[in-house]
Write a protein that binds this ligand. Sequence first.
Ligand SMILES: Cc1cc2nc3c(=O)[nH]c(=O)nc-3n(C[C@H](O)[C@H](O)[C@H](O)COP(=O)(O)O)c2cc1C
Length: 351
Amino acid sequence: MSGDGLIADTRPITGEGHERLKALMNRGTELLGCEYAILGGAMSWVSERNLVAAISDAGGFGVIACGAMGPELLDTEIAETKLRTDKPFGVNLITMHPQLSELIDVCAKHEVGHVVLAGGLPPGRAIDRIKESGAKLIAFAPALSLAKKLMRSNVDALVIEGMEAGGHIGPVSTSVLAQEILPHVSKDIPVFIAGGIGRGEAIAAYLEMGAVGVQLGTRFVCAYESIAHANFKKAFIRASARDAILSVQIDARLPVIPVRALKNNETERFAAKQREVADLLDKGGLEMAEAQLQIEHYWAGALRRAVIDGDIESGSVMAGQSVGMVKREEPVAAIIQELVEEAAAALGSRG
Ligand SMILES: Cc1cc2nc3c(=O)[nH]c(=O)nc-3n(C[C@H](O)[C@H](O)[C@H](O)COP(=O)(O)O)c2cc1C
């Protein structure tokens, strides 16, 4: 195996492998309207006009992250993305965003074709309004029961994201979620798998299990087209899987959604922030909902410091465990092509 992360398998890449890949991704590519059913998972501050357009242009499916945006910024971001690509792309909305309704209006105004809803079970009204706008709705399903509930709400596709992923995560690994959910729903609804995917062989395996496509975040951070600060990219290139650790919850009353990020000083600061918020809860100076919102805002600020300002010591360097497979800065098209070739080679070698 070459140690540099280039295609390690020397078996010839057969046309058969590519055909098989195309067939397995067919429901995904039909739904998304792109060449490869590879979603560029929305990453706050990173997934903006440049990276999103580049992913869609390279045959994947870019998704704008608007967790840290209000309606006006999203309006501009969609317009700017449209100037950079004529390929389809999506918008990621966070269900707990206080301006969710206005953000849906902005997507409708721009006739965004696909909305990806993250951050908890979406309110029924939001689902209806997105569907009424004509957009396809893709939602995160953290468990089989919730996948079935979302299917009853008429969402068009599901994302299953395991705890290997970067950013906010659930408690269960991708491989277990895939086994728990795919066999029961994959015939009835297209499912995309996310979390810990760094190479095409893993894409091939999840497709063979019934997924119609995948979503990757970490692998796209160091694309040339990504505006992430050089320090942020260097931290990714240096890191190995074990450096991408989980945030620690320090107060049982304050359940914080775990975040996976590279270990640094910020890990300590987050503990201090939780203590501060827990103290305010103790003194009755804060309601629980407000306490959780403060924690969420804290993350958005910490991620911005790292991604935009390059402060990788006191900012949050959110990264998934696949960070060990990020070896260099390279064009998005090269990343997607490598993943596709690896997946096709794996499928072609099955015989
Ligand atoms: C830096 C970073 C920021 C992220 N921000 C968001 C976000 O704002 N909204 C969201 O739904 N997912 C977010 N994610 C998760 C990605 O969309 C994607 O699902 C995940 O990265 C896939 O797993 P991987 O990191 O193992 O490839 C983020 C991930 C990273 C690494």
